[in-house]
Design a protein. Structure first.
Length: 81
């Protein structure tokens, strides 16, 4: 494999990671909208929120952390080439 091909493939991986991060950020935004849609109409001291929302938010946060770490690894590898 030529060095130029490797650089192109790594750039494609970074593009995919950026796309994944953008999708995860959008999912996080939608979860927050869902939370507001549930909580805002409830004029209670302690509104009910499905536990799945917190679990989903935590899962997206973990995904974003892993995507960022993968991007850092690919960037570091690419810079050493």
């Amino acid at each position: 494999m030529y060095l130029e091909e490797l650089h192109q493939l790594l750039t494609a991986v970074q593009t995919g990671l950026a796309d994944g991060r953008a999708h995860a950020e959008r999912a996080r935004s939608l979860l927050e909208e869902s939370r507001r849609a549930i909580v805002d109409p409830q004029a209670q001291a302690v509104p009910w929120v499905p536990p799945q929302l917190a679990q989903a938010d935590e899962g997206i946060e973990n995904l974003l952390t892993r995507l960022s770490a993968a991007d850092d690894l690919v960037s570091g590898y690419q810079s050493r080439l």
